[in-house]
Design a protein around this ligand. Structure first.
Ligand code: SAH
Ligand code: MG
Length: 198
């Protein structure tokens, strides 16, 4: 990666930190970008752009890749538009400003990256899986949800958080018991699931 890109990515990370934008951490992003390179991923659908950090990182990892990414929060979407221009990646990344569950997409993807509202993972999976290529992958981020998924539920004070953790566990079971997809869970970043058609 060029030194300039390195510093521009650092600026994005600093912005995310200051504004509480939950972008992937370094370990997670390393895993994702290595995955893109190793598997020659050329078409990507991302659910949850935030400020464009993961999309930009994947585009830099494989400049041949075409990425479509969806974000429903206007402020973040506008920040992502700005960032993608800054990196000169307008031809690599298409940004859609909408709720993913209400977005009609077309095309076929080597990789679908689910990283949006954690309680809706199953809905995203079920809506978008049909846009996956036969040998494609669905990657879901935050399977550990900042460590809360492995905690004793009784110690989680917030009711909302308990509900979310329960949803993530249900989603994990949904993946484990899925007859059509094989899933491997990786203990990297905030927990990453990689699913592929059986
Ligand atoms: N992938 C990003 C981080 C995404 S954070 C990165 O690692 O750089 C999750 C984002 O998903 C948030 O910005 C949130 O606004 C968005 N989001 C949540 N639910 C969504 C939905 N239904 N449709 C579109 N975006 C959604
Ligand atoms: Mg995430």
């Amino acid at each position: 990666m060029s030194g300039n890109n390195y510093f521009m990515l650092k600026e994005l990370k600093d912005y995310a930190k200051e504004n509480n934008v939950p972008i992937m951490n370094d370990e997670g992003i390393d895993f994702l970008t290595t995955f893109v390179i190793k598997n020659s991923i050329e078409s990507i659908l991302e659910i949850g752009t935030a400020i464009g950090f993961s999309a930009i990182s994947m585009a830099l990892a494989n400049p041949q890749a075409k990425i479509v990414t969806i974000e429903r929060d206007e402020e973040r979407y506008l920040e992502a538009v700005k960032n993608i221009k800054k990196f000169d990646l307008e031809n690599n990344i298409t940004l859609l400003f909408n709720d993913a569950l209400e977005t009609n997409i077309t095309g076929e993807y080597d990789l679908i990256f689910i990283d949006a509202a954690k309680g809706q993972n199953r809905k995203f999976f079920e809506k978008f899986a049909r846009f996956l290529k036969p040998h494609g992958f669905i990657i879901t981020d935050n399977m550990k949800f900042h460590g809360y998924v492995d905690k004793d539920e009784a110690t989680i004070k917030s009711r909302n958080l308990r509900g979310l953790v329960r949803k993530i566990k249900e989603y994990r079971t949904f993946l484990e018991e899925n007859e059509n997809y094989e899933t491997t869970f990786y203990d990297v970043g905030d927990g990453v699931a990689v699913s592929t058609p059986k």
